[in-house]
Design a protein around this ligand. Sequence first.
Ligand SMILES: CC(C)(COP(=O)(O)OP(=O)(O)OC[C@H]1O[C@@H](n2cnc3c(N)ncnc32)[C@H](O)[C@@H]1OP(=O)(O)O)[C@@H](O)C(=O)NCCC(=O)NCCS
Length: 232
Amino acid sequence: MHWALPFLHVTYTDAVPRGPMAVGLPPGTPRVPVAQLRTERLLLRDWRDDDLPAFQRLNLDREVRRYFPAVLTPYESDAFAKTIREGLARDGWGLWAVEVLGGAPFIGFVGLARPTFEPFTNSVELGYRLARDAWGRGYATEAAIAAAAFAFTSLGLTELLAFTATTNGPSRRVMEKVGMRHDPASDFLHPRVPDGHPLQPHVCYRLDFEAFQRARMTPPVMAAPATPGGSR
Ligand SMILES: CC(C)(COP(=O)(O)OP(=O)(O)OC[C@H]1O[C@@H](n2cnc3c(N)ncnc32)[C@H](O)[C@@H]1OP(=O)(O)O)[C@@H](O)C(=O)NCCC(=O)NCCS
């Protein structure tokens, strides 16, 4: 059975221009079409080179990085974007760049990622990071719901995880609004945060498809047909 949110439209595009950031891909790397998700107010799309300056500003903002050990330098920000773009090119899904329809061309990223630390490497997590002037409008929740719907309906995943520093109230609130449940048994000390650092304790939230459907309280509808090779 297909199930999707009525407002979620998924298209797949392989027509995104790939600039210098794609250079790191080995020659001959097969390109899969990158899915693009459209919600009522947002477009979750592949990245463009002109997103990078705004991503640098976001990652230099101490408030955005309040629940991380440090800000990212522009070099680190570009390297992170490169890794994200390689993931999208490899998988066709990932941490999408978020654009406000008819508004800001880039407000940050929301999407899906494969955790790179144990014991979560066989899972897929929901992740989000938005520029401060985009906060408080429900954008993270709207985009995360679209990403979760895509994960369950298009990828056929059975569970999603999400992690954040225990003290990150806004992030935990987004997880709850998506329908996730805190799993205290899976809370952990983040292996990439220094021992003893106040941000080392992390919470783990989980979501399965049934819980997601219940949380959305939306009856099943047919998925919007994908448009192979559609352009943005
Ligand atoms: C987390 C983040 C993506 C949320 O983005 P957003 O678009 O503002 O999120 P939403 O508007 O969808 O929802 C935010 C919710 O958090 C709530 N909130 C805000 N500050 C809060 C706090 N200190 N404690 C608890 N909840 C808080 C808001 O009231 C809102 O809930 P509501 O709709 O019930 O009122 C954004 O704050 C961000 O990018 N933060 C920096 C990066 C980060 O921490 N990312 C997550 C790392 S895992």
